[in-house]
Ligand binder design. Structure first.
Ligand code: 5RP
Length: 181
């Protein structure tokens, strides 16, 4: 989806929070377009830039939140303490970027735990192959603790998408509640 579609969605759904995951080369180029289209969060891939801190500044300068994504083969330690502190959200991809419907890559899960240990107050998102069978390991307090979930196939292919959304939310909310006890 490009900026023109985002603009239409923004106009049609007032108040929508558009989390824009930019699987693009040269993510610096699209910040203004996405901001002008009403993007609320601009998430770029760490692998796609040489200067993540300047990019985060640029995103914040356009009044958007900044997300930093890592692909399955990128270690979580590539997100330095400075980058993690500057970002608003960290995204651990649990499939290779490119298309929906891929199998969840469980070996990526420990990266969520490592990031949660270093950045206890950040939003940490998982994206790729997440559904009722895999949500537990993504959300489970104490083991992993991602609090933002992207799910495509599990919802769009479900007989009852509303029920699946509720199930995913319930698992995350239960895990988050354990954390505050
Ligand atoms: O963009 C993606 C991969 O490039 C996402 O993983 C995808 O949109 C989520 O879909 P699914 O839940 O089917 O993995």
């Amino acid at each position: 989806m490009g900026a023109p579609i985002l603009s239409c969605v923004h106009k049609g759904v007032p108040g929508i929070f558009m989390d824009c995951h930019m699987m693009v080369a040269q993510p610096e180029k699209w910040v203004d377009d996405i901001a002008d289209a009403g993007g609320a969060l601009y998430c770029f891939h760490l692998e796609a830039t040489d200067d993540p801190l300047s990019l985060i500044d640029k995103i914040h300068g356009r009044k958007m939140k900044a997300g930093v994504a890592i692909s399955p083969d990128t270690p979580s330690t590539s997100i330095t303490d400075a980058v993690g502190a500057a970002a608003d959200m960290l995204l651990v991809m649990t499939v290779y970027p490119g298309r929906g419907g891929q199998k969840f890559i469980e070996r990526c899960v420990p990266k969520v735990a490592e990031l949660r240990a270093r950045f206890p107050d950040k939003d940490i998102e998982v994206d790729g192959g997440v559904g009722p069978k895999t949500i537990g390991v993504c959300a489970d307090a104490g083991k992993c603790c991602s609090n933002v979930i992207v799910a495509g196939t599990a919802i769009f292919n479900a007989d009852d998408p509303t029920a699946v959304i509720q199930e995913l939310k319930d698992v995350v909310n239960t895990a988050q509640a354990k954390l505050t006890q």
